[in-house]
Write a protein that binds this ligand. Structure first.
Ligand code: ARG
Length: 260
């Protein structure tokens, strides 16, 4: 017991030292003692409640978006500083420039383009519907006017509000599906790959309907007018699309790669 405590203390000190060094590197007169050059830091807001695009593995944020952004960062010669926040806060954070970018399985649409700018698309998604496997709803049309849960601030939520469903919004998709299995709502609407990942965790109690509600495209968001950053990201994104890196990343997470 004592030894583990000591070990955790030593680990904590090492981690603190690492954090301090990393911060120092970002300072104006900073620099990495090892390579003598300071890599620019790109601040990234994400909502890591969205497997397989971004989620926590222990303390670490992982996922297809994160791997993709690491590959882009490498091409750009920058390092990433990733912060986990609510999804709506990630969008606002990018729009106001609090963070350089928001990377969060974000659907690029005209409504959002009024307040923020987007890079090129990198993934084709849809809003999918999760229902109870043994329940009465088998098709999207069976759900007209019913109560549906979703994640707050998402395009799924907007679609439900626009189409006269009764809506229950949650901070996370995991809470939205818990509402379904608890019998509080009739269905969940969330992005297709995430619907699949969340539904798979319910031991067969839920299923994803074949028919999606909408089609959409994911892109990285940043502040309006951030044109230089957008072209740098787009150039790197084009490279990792062309050289197979992105296809490989998506394959790792069982996501379809749409080369456009
Ligand atoms: N694609 C949807 C949207 O842009 C949902 C994204 C939610 N992402 C997340 N990491 N929670 O509204």
């Amino acid at each position: 017991m004592k030894r583990t405590k000591l070990l955790s203390l030593v680990l904590a000190i090492i981690m603190l030292a690492a954090v301090l060094t990393a911060c120092g590197g970002g300072a104006a007169n900073g620099g990495n003692a090892n390579d003598g050059e300071t890599k620019k830091v790109l601040t990234v807001a994400t909502n890591a409640e969205f497997p397989p695009f971004e989620y926590f593995e222990g303390e670490k944020i992982v996922g297809a978006d994160i791997d993709m952004m690491e590959a882009i960062a490498e091409k750009m010669g920058v390092t990433l500083e990733i912060t986990h926040i609510d999804f709506d806060a990630a969008l606002t954070g990018a729009a106001t420039g609090k963070y350089d970018i928001a990377l969060s399985g974000i659907t690029a649409n005209d409504e959002r383009r009024k307040n923020m700018a987007f890079t090129d698309d990198y993934y084709v998604a849809s809003q999918a519907v999760i229902v109870m496997a043994e329940g009465e709803y088998k098709k999207v049309e069976d759900l007209a006017g019913k109560t549906i849960s979703c994640q707050e601030g998402t395009t799924g939520e907007q679609y439900l509000l626009d189409n006269e469903y009764k809506v229950q919004s949650f901070k996370t998709g995991a809470e939205a599906i818990s509402a379904l299995t608890a019998g509080k709502v009739d269905a969940v609407v969330i992005d297709d790959a995430v619907a699949k990942a969340l539904s798979e965790k319910q031991n067969g109690k839920t299923v994803v309907l074949d028919e999606p509600m909408t089609k959409e495209n994911y892109a990285i968001a940043t502040k309006l007018g951030n044109d230089e950053l957008i072209s740098e990201i787009n150039a790197a994104l084009a490279e990792i699309k062309a050289d197979g890196t992105l296809a490989k990343i998506f394959e790792k997470y069982e996501l379809a790669f749409d080369a456009e």
